[in-house]
Design a protein around this ligand. Sequence first.
Ligand code: NAD
Length: 491
Amino acid sequence: MNMNYIAGEWLAGTHAAPNINPSNTADVVGEFARAEAAEAEKAIAAAYDAFPGWSRSSIQLRHDILKKVGDEILARKDELGRLLSREEGKTLPEGIGEVVRASQIFQFFAGETLRMAGDKLASVRPGVDIEITREPVGVIGLITPWNFPIAIPAWKIAPALAYGNTVVFKPAELVPGSAHALSEIIVRAGVPAGVFNLVMGRGSVVGEALLNSPKVSAISFTGSVATGRKVAQACIASDPMKKMQLEMGGKNPLVVLDDADLKVAVECAVNGAFFSTGQRCTASSRLIVTSGIHDRFVDAVTERMKSLVVDDALKSGTQIGPVVDQNQLDQDLKYIRIGQDEGATLAAGGELLNRETPGFYLAPALFTNVDNRMRIAQEEIFGPVATVTRARDYEEALEIANDTQFGLSAGICTTSLKHASHFKRNSEAGMVMVNLPTAGVDYHVPFGGRKGSSYGPREQGRYAEEFYTTVKTAYTFDGNEPYVPKTRASE
Ligand code: NAD
């Protein structure tokens, strides 16, 4: 397992680090390679050299490889889902669901290889034709976070390869197992040497090598705002400047109006806030509830929280797995203290839990009496911690929902068409959900946000081509005089 895949070869890393199961810290999933900058340079050089060939390769070849990857992922969904849940801590059904999603993404982009279209337009000049086509960008550095260990790599690698780019993939340090397994599948599907490279290692080493190399043309990054800012600065500072796509944090509001179906609202809130241990960039971490339903909603959510089963991610019946590691747990606990110090009421949860095995178990926490200016309502916690803020009416709820530096996803629970429509139009988020949790999206449509959450073109669906291709406008004058048909002799 201690291997990087560089220039068509599996190579042992300079160092190795253990991959620990957050449900049971005594369980070591494996030892995984930690590369140094020189190994990253080698991968970048290989991707650079492979680009001319791959960018001109047949779309049938690319289709067949991506389809094969999707097929194998799906065939092994239970095994890969188990590995994912074991190393990341989301429940087994969530882990398997994510693996299926990764397979669907490869299938989608396999199809897209056969649908690459351009435009042909008339010129303003007689005798001139204009063709607008898309071409691959070059070597793309992919830097991914730990919370979706296979789906996020899939939604970057699949379009990158489909559109003819070569790839250096740097997964998050906490989840090398899924990255390694996915890479083995991609290699087995027959990508030519150098086209796809896996380099596991630290962000400050491997990530920065990608950012600093002039051979890398573009970076697709998903992670925190702080790292995203560094990535952006490095992409601008590099010569030539790199194209970039940044998907970052969220503090997503779920508005619950007086006329909401209470059952639907409670399920949206609990699922959106706490499932996947709240470790989703699209988690509903701010619940904004109008006065007429506020108390009934809080009672129903706290009641529902009592029945949530927090336990080992691999155990059947577990609904919420552990927090991913000690650092993230410390951050969650720090914010729970901050919330209490700020004067919010900890209405439920927030305590550490003991289970059969030593793990990072935290009872999902709900704060009430939260003013939206509090830190717990403004800063991304990235754990199973949600806040409830009371709003007078729909108008105030919308104001509060938009009063954030982030803009990834936003939801509303209401039976009013008028308010649902108004919210869809006026919410300052990249994705808007009506009577659905803020988390949980389809794979064939664009994903991304605005304000502090995202920078650059959207990911996923057909919109992915915007980042993974560059546009060429070609003008042709063929030298002919304008053709004027002569009157036919027979007429
Ligand atoms: P992170 O920013 O700590 O790390 C993300 C990746 O960047 C990792 O691979 C890391 O090794 C790398 N990295 C770190 N320092 C680097 C540097 N100096 N140069 C280059 N690369 C570097 O984020 P994380 O803790 O892995 O993930 C959690 C964050 O990801 C949360 O903020 C969450 O909201 C965000 N996220 C966003 C989305 C989205 O699509 N908007 C999706 C999932 C997660």
